[in-house]
Design a protein around this ligand. Structure first.
Ligand SMILES: Cc1ncc(COP(=O)(O)O)c(C=O)c1O
Length: 401
C-alpha cells in the first residue's frame, strides 16, 4: 500500500477538506498540485496563443504545447502526429463518428455494446440513422461482459466500424481489446476504443493494441477538465474529414475551396485548449512518477477490502463483484440511490448515484439507477470503512420506512 498521507500532500483539496472521503474518481479524479501549477505557469507567464505569433512568448507557448503533445504520444506509444488535443473523450469520439458519417453506406455494419458510455454510442446511432448503416450489439455475457466469442458471432464482412469501451465506467470490466481488434482487422473494420476509464489506471500502448482510434479525458487522470485526447493512426487520419473548420487547420484557402494541413493540426481548428494540454502533460508526468504498478496495487487492495465487507451486508445488491477495475456498483434494496448518496454525503463520503451516462447498462441490470464507488491512490482504508458503515446506516434508516 502507498502512504496515503504522503500522497494527499499532492492533492491540495485535502487542505480545505481534510475529512473528504472521495470515492467518485471514475466520474472525475481529484486534481494534483503540479497540474494546477502548470496551468498557473501558463496563465501567469505566457497566456498567448500557439502556432501563430512571431515573438518569443508565442514561441515559448508553442514549444510547451508541442512538448505536451510529445508527452502524450510517448505515454501511449504513439507518434506526435497521431495525437490531437480535444475537449475530452466525448468530443474525440464525436469527431470520429462525424467522419464516418461521410464514409458509411446502407448495408455497412457498426458493432458496439450495451456497456458503452452515452458518448461512445449516441454519435453512432446518429451515423446509422443518417447513412443507413446498421448498429449491431455484441451480446453481453450473463455477468455483463464483452467476450471474444460473442464478438465473433456478430462480426461479418459487412462490419466497417467497431466502437467499444476499453474499461466499462459502470461495471469496471476490462474488454479483451487486442483479440477483438485483431479479428476486426481481418474483416477490414476499424476499431475505436473509448479509453476514458482505462488510461487513469493502466498502461495503454496503442501500437501494441494495434487500435485505429483511441480516446480519453484529462479530468479522470488527475488533469484538468476541458481537455482530452484523440489518437488515430496517421494514415487513417489523413483520409478522414475533420468536423470543425477554421484557423490553423488549413493550408491554402481559395474563394471556393481550401486544402488541409496534415494531422494533427487538421483536427485542431481554432485556438486549442493550451492550458489544458499543458495540465494534461503534467498529470501524465505525475502518473509516471508514481507508476501504474503501485497505483494498481493500492486501488486493488482497497477494492478487495471494501468488496469483502460489503458482501457481508444484508439488504444490498452488488452488481459487479468480479470487476477488473476498482469500481463497486451496487444498490441498497428498495432505496433510491440518490437518497443513499445524499445520506453518505452527510459524512463526506462521495459516491456517484444514477445511470452513469450508461443507460443501456442499467437496463441490462434491470434497474433505473445504481450507486458507484470508485477508488484512486488518495483513498485510504478509512474511506472504505466510512463507505461500509455509511451504507449500513443508510440501509437501516431507509429500509425501516
Ligand atoms: C467510459 C467513458 N467514456 C466516455 C466518457 C465521457 O468523458 P467526458 O465527459 O470527459 O467527455 C466517460 C465519462 O464519464 C466515461 O466514463
Amino acid at each position: 500500500m502507498m502512504d496515503v498521507n504522503q500522497i494527499r500532500l499532492d492533492f491540495p483539496i485535502y487542505q480545505k477538506h481534510p475529512n473528504l472521503k472521495y470515492l467518485d474518481s471514475a466520474a472525475s479524479s481529484l486534481k494534483v498540485k503540479s497540474v494546477i501549477d502548470q496551468i498557473d505557469h501558463y496563465y501567469l507567464t505566457l497566456g498567448v496563443n500557439v502556432h501563430r505569433g512571431a515573438y518569443d512568448l508565442a514561441y515559448e507557448a508553442t514549444r510547451l504545447y508541442e512538448d505536451a503533445r510529445k508527452t502524450v504520444a510517448q505515454f501511449i506509444g504513439a507518434s506526435e502526429d497521431e495525437i490531437m488535443f480535444t475537449r475530452g473523450t466525448t468530443s474525440s469520439l464525436n469527431m470520429i463518428a462525424s467522419a464516418y458519417r461521410e464514409i458509411l453506406k446502407p448495408g455497412d455494419e457498426i458493432i458496439t455494446t450495451e456497456l458503452e458510455h452515452h458518448s461512445s454510442i449516441l454519435p453512432w446511432m446518429k451515423v446509422a440513422e443518417r447513412t443507413g448503416a446498421k448498429l449491431t450489439y455484441i451480446p453481453l455475457s450473463k455477468e455483463g461482459r464483452i467476450t471474444v466469442e460473442a464478438f465473433k458471432k456478430v462480426l461479418s464482412h459487412q462490419t466497417k466500424v467497431v466502437v467499444i469501451t476499453h474499461v466499462s465506467n459502470a461495471m469496471g470490466y476490462l474488454t479483451p481489446a487486442a483479440e477483438i481488434i485483431s479479428l476486426a482487422h481481418q474483416q477490414g473494420a476499424v476499431v475505436i476504443l473509448d479509453g476514458a476509464q482505462a488510461v487513469p489506471h493502466m498502461k495503454v500502448d496503442v501500437k501494441a493494441l494495434d487500435v485505429d482510434f483511441y480516446a480519453f479525458s484529462g479530468h479522470k487522470m488527475f488533469g484538468p477538465s476541458g481537455v482530452g485526447v484523440l489518437y488515430g493512426k496517421v494514415k487513417l487520419l489523413n483520409q478522414i474529414e475533420p468536423s470543425e473548420f477554421g484557423g490553423e487547420m488549413v493550408d491554402q484557402v481559395f474563394k471556393h475551396s481550401f486544402t488541409y494541413k496534415d494531422a494533427p493540426l487538421r483536427f485542431e481548428a481554432g485556438t486549442p485548449v493550451i492550458s489544458g494540454a499543458l495540465g494534461l502533460a503534467a498529470a501524465i508526468r505525475y502518473i509516471e512518477s508514481v507508476g501504474y504498478d503501485k497505483m494498481h496495487e493500492h486501488t486493488k487492495a482497497l477494492h478487495q477490502y471494501t468488496l469483502k465487507k460489503m458482501q457481508t451486508i444484508q439488504g444490498i445488491t452488488i452488481y459487479n463483484p468480479t470487476a477488473d477495475q476498482a469500481i463497486i456498483t451496487f444498490n441498497v434494496d428498495g432505496v433510491h440511490p440518490h437518497d443513499v448518496a445524499t445520506k453518505l454525503d452527510q459524512n463526506q463520503v462521495n459516491v456517484r448515484a444514477g445511470h452513469h451516462c450508461a443507460q443501456l447498462v442499467t437496463q441490462f441490470l434491470g434497474v433505473t439507477a445504481t450507486l458507484r464507488a470508485s477508488f484512486q491512490i488518495y483513498n485510504s482504508y478509512e474511506d472504505c470503512d466510512a463507505l461500509v458503515s455509511g451504507v449500513i446506516s443508510a440501509r437501516d434508516f431507509f429500509q425501516s420506512f
